[in-house]
Design a protein. Structure first.
Length: 326
């Protein structure tokens, strides 16, 4: 019980502590509190908004929301340049310090997945490449046999030794399922002019923050045909193995996958807005119609063959051949 000095207990509501909070009790207390609340709300409603430090809001006032993006990431995006051609003469330096060209990877035999990252990226690059490794380990197509990967650093000052360390960390994740991953996954650096040209061709818009020393960039997989043509993109942070497989097969232009794979892929189309493969109804209907006709013909085949044999047998019975007639 809280003790109030110089005040008669009966003239104030009783005060007690319940469960750690103060509660007012008594009928007189409820009347005083109700009156105080009414007075407070009335006074608050009567005060002009300017006295409360806020401008009065009118129903016809226009409200402007701050929905802009931070200055550092303005312009950081990706334009899907489907059909663009990757030059085969861009100079690169691989993780072993060898001078190579893009044509070393884009050799005209296998489709290639291109990623643009950098080793000292604080988060995005590692998340993207780790997810890629996870999907690769669920893929029946084999890295180095069915397709290749080219990862180019967007940091022109990245040391070759750092590139080699980065390559090892990701190749080690997939080497069990993809024995040729060390040869099939090329990590490389390049001069700024080469990086800029490759990024522009791929529609990869990024920015460098001099204050933090970091690059602001999107996450991207670009699927390149054996002839160096950009055929598909993946902009998601996680890559569904089935969509990854479809993109590789389509980029392979008949060099990857079976006839069944090609037939299944014919029924799907890449949707850039949803960044996935979606079934095409009209193609599925054509396939369904063709299958129906084929099954009908197979079902009628015994009937036609049997009827033909019966007609031949009837003719031979009605007109038996005289064995003495030459």
């Amino acid at each position: 019980m809280m003790k109030l000095n110089r005040t008669k207990p009966e003239t104030l509501p009783a005060v007690a502590r319940r469960g750690g909070s103060l509660c007012l009790g008594g009928s007189s207390g409820r009347g005083v509190i109700s009156f105080a609340i009414v007075i407070t709300l009335t006074l608050a409603a009567s005060f002009p908004a300017r006295l409360l430090g806020q401008p009065a809001f009118q129903s016809n006032d226009q409200v402007s929301l701050n929905d802009g993006v931070p200055r550092e990431v303005q312009g950081v995006t990706l334009e899907q340049n489907l059909g663009a051609e990757i030059p085969l003469n861009l100079n690169l330096t691989d993780s072993e310090g060898r001078k190579i060209k893009t044509g070393y990877v884009l050799d005209g035999n296998l489709p290639v997945i291109i990623t643009l990252n950098y080793s000292d990226c604080p988060m995005l690059c590692s998340v993207q490449l780790n997810q890629l490794c996870k999907s690769l380990n669920q893929l029946d197509l084999k890295l180095g046999t069915d397709f290749q990967i080219l990862t180019v650093s967007i940091d022109p000052n990245e040391p070759t030794q750092r590139v080699a360390e980065t390559k090892k960390s990701y190749v080690d994740q997939v080497i069990r399922e993809h024995p040729l991953a060390n040869d099939g996954w090329t990590f490389a650096t390049a001069q700024q002019v080469t990086i800029k040209r490759l990024a522009d061709i791929l529609g990869f818009k990024y920015r460098y923050d001099r204050r933090t020393g970091e690059y602001y960039h999107p996450a991207m997989l670009a699927f390149i045909s054996p002839k160096g043509i950009v055929s598909r993109y993946s902009l998601a942070m996680s890559f569904e193995p089935e969509d990854l497989r479809k993109a590789i097969i389509e980029s392979g232009e008949g060099t990857v996958g079976t006839i069944v794979d090609q037939a299944v892929l014919w029924c799907f189309a890449y949707d850039p807005s949803s960044n996935s493969y979606t079934p095409q109804a009209w193609k599925l209907m054509r396939v369904g119609g063709a299958v129906t006709v084929a099954l009908t013909l197979l079902a009628l085949m015994p009937y036609w063959v049997g009827r033909k044999n019966n007609v031949a047998l009837a003719d031979s019975t009605e007109h038996p051949q005289d064995p003495f007639v030459n």
